[in-house]
Design a protein around this ligand. Sequence first.
Ligand code: G4P
Length: 285
Amino acid sequence: MQIQWFPGHMAKARREITEKLKMIDVVIELVDARIPLSSRNPMIDQIVEHKPRLVLLNKSDMADPAATKMWENYFADKGLLTLTVNSKTGQGLEKISTNTKELMKDKIAKMIGKGIKPRAIRALILGIPNVGKSTLINRLAKKKIAKTGDKPGITQQQQWIKVGKELELLDTPGILWPKFEDQTTGYRLAVTGAIKDEILDFGDIALFAVRYLREVYPERLLERYKLEDVTAPPIEVFDEIGRKRGCLLRGGEVDYDKAAEIVLRDIRSEKLGALTFERPSDYLD
Ligand code: G4P
């Protein structure tokens, strides 16, 4: 299966990002800490090429801290510098400036060697829709920057936002579209709300979530839905959740649409706690 969302947009988005890259020194790539690889476009390495890059594991408040540690190690092994952040509260963001400086240290040293006074480092925020780009820009700018909307193609005046003395951000982020070749990636994006629920079957998304939670976080399911056990097949667990929640049709059958809505809403509003939906071990060959 090959699903490419917004197919026409990707080429255009890529062209726009390539234009923006010419103006900047460092890329700040945002990923969703709950699905760090599923929430990045697989073409990111090709697009960014040799620009120094800082990866932000955003929405870390919603992710399982133990899994986030694994992801930090994963990216470190790949030679990528990461920061675990919460753009909503600003937690972790204070380190961005020193980290970008670290990425630029050779270039800065060279400039100083030539007697040139280094100017502020210029950065571009990059990521898929809904990953938190605007929230991050607003936090760093300490004011509300108008949201441009995820519409590539709108040309506008670019402006630089000062973040302290040593960092400047382009005020419009680079938008990449999620893309996936396997269904699991699609479901992970859907569960976290990164793609619209209409793209995949709602009931299937919820069943995927129940299957995953049953394996990785069984105690959370037991507790939230007051289940006796979760050893039954996923569809039966889903059925039981529906019954416990009173999602019944007239004949006493479980109303799966309603049950799916409850499960997904609970996950997205953290009623089951902080959850991570993929681990580095899922990507071992
Ligand atoms: P985008 O520009 O990349 O499209 O994303 P945007 O900043 O609009 O953020 C998408 C949603 O994610 C927003 O929620 C935002 O508040 C939330 N968000 C961003 N960063 C974080 C984070 O680190 N932690 C948490 N918990 N949430 C984050 P929303 O429901 O669309 O809006 P709102 O209810 O916050 O107004």
